[in-house]
Design a protein around this ligand. Sequence first.
Ligand SMILES: NC(=O)c1ccc[n+]([C@@H]2O[C@H](COP(=O)([O-])OP(=O)(O)OC[C@H]3O[C@@H](n4cnc5c(N)ncnc54)[C@H](O)[C@@H]3O)[C@@H](O)[C@H]2O)c1
Length: 389
Amino acid sequence: MVGVAKREIRIGMIGYQFMGKAHSHAYRDLPFFFGTEIKPVLRAVSGRKEEAVKDAAEQMGWESYETDWRKLIEREDIDVVDIVTPNHTHAEIAIAAAKAGKHIITEKPLALTLEEAREMLQAVKENNVKHMICHNYRFAPAVQFAKKLIEDGKLGHIYHFRANYLQDFIMDPEFPLVWRLKKEVSGSGALGDIGAHSIDLARFLVGEITEVVGTMETFIKERPAGEMAGGLKGQADNSEYGEVTVDDAVAFIAKFESGTLGTFEATRFAGGNRNKNKFEINGEKGSLRWDMENMNTLDVYFAEDEAGLQGFRTISCTEEEHPYAGAYWPPGHIIGYEHTFIHLIHEFLHGITGNVQPAPNFEDGVKNQAILEAVERSSNSRKWETVRN
Ligand SMILES: NC(=O)c1ccc[n+]([C@@H]2O[C@H](COP(=O)([O-])OP(=O)(O)OC[C@H]3O[C@@H](n4cnc5c(N)ncnc54)[C@H](O)[C@@H]3O)[C@@H](O)[C@H]2O)c1
């Protein structure tokens, strides 16, 4: 638009597979749907193997590439460092990026441990850079609308938050021992990989969790060596078997500050459920239900509905009244998984230009990590554990 200052924000991304693709797409589509006032520039992507990172740069539209993430962080033509590598790298990269004065967006979970997560938060605060963690499911229009209904008091006091995050991609015992199944690389299994998303939705919609009791289980103890091969696929090399050191499944109960009772289940062994990320909230005046696999809709129930017509109804969150939905198509013309990342990156880049700290950020990452840590402690102690905030 003539007369409107456009602000270019130059991105450097580290890693380029599953989340690399989701983030690259989001940067590219952001100005297409939300206007060019803020324009992400895909300046450089970093990876360890030259041929592979070169191909990725070409496919995803990055101007240049690096084969050492430290070089990418040193570059003066980069404003933002985007971390889409496995969890054990998040802390080292984020702390180095903060010291270099870069704004940081990182994938979840924030770190391997609560201690590491706290160091990351300290680094971004000390260096006064903006920070964000990619809990993208918050940014589905239906979830944002659920938040609005809760804030408007439509549910009244909330009694229950119930979440299941169900996947099945490692049920085959020959699925390889990828980084997601090694504690020293991932921190935990289903708990930190997908349970962390449910925890974020719980904190976003209902508030802080103070105490947990839970249990974690590993069904398949050994697997053949291998690597992730894009998305949630694995490539076994069948050379030797190694030990799975994380949970395949976790279940826990949580008490919220508000008095709400939470129940959570996260598993990679729920056959037939590819990415069934769902929650139900029950309040004194109504209930809400959402399911990622039908992410454009929200089921709502209001106790004040006329007698005889009461029950859950399904609304399509594709109207202008639904956050972000107005940037896309006419009502009923649905959007998908990738759009949740566009919305998250929209908030992040506007936070940078507007000098406002967006959420969820490293503070949320630390609070999330404290809950993950408490669940793990409880699984070991077989007792209720306090969340160490
Ligand atoms: N927000 C979400 O819904 C979501 C979904 C999937 C994954 N994630 C998170 O995103 C991150 C990446 O997961 P993914 O599924 O994209 O993994 P992936 O295995 O598909 O990709 C990882 C990338 O990191 C690179 N890499 C691996 N080890 C590295 C190292 N030591 N140094 C530098 N680069 C390295 C790989 O070459 C690859 O490009 C993880 O933290 C994961 O928990 C988030």
